[in-house]
Design a protein around this ligand. Sequence first.
Ligand code: FES
Length: 123
Amino acid sequence: MTAPAAGPVDAEDATQDALTEADAEQADVQAEEEETDAWKTREGAAPASIVACPNGPLLVRGDFEIVTPDGVPVPRDRETVALCRCGGSAIKPYCDGTHKLMKFDTARRRPVPAPARKAAEEA
Ligand code: FES
């Protein structure tokens, strides 16, 4: 049996590895939380922190509340949640993994439509 040939690192593979690491980290955190449920008491809860995952969701952990534009609390059952920032999730505001199917790329810039650009310039 021969060892696989070493070659250049594929950018998509590297991105997928980063996402897999973020998913694994979130799974570990969730497993810890399910064991203790201590975060629900909010006593001694850490301030909120946000991690922007490369080409993926925002991981939010700590003491925070999610509310709708009308101020209605959005239920959550975990201390750490993944918030969609690709716009493709079917369970917004939470991430459902659709960003992987969309090949969401946080480095890609979208052109600003001409009417919006003109309005911004006139403001
Ligand atoms: S960021 Fe994951 S579905 Fe949008």
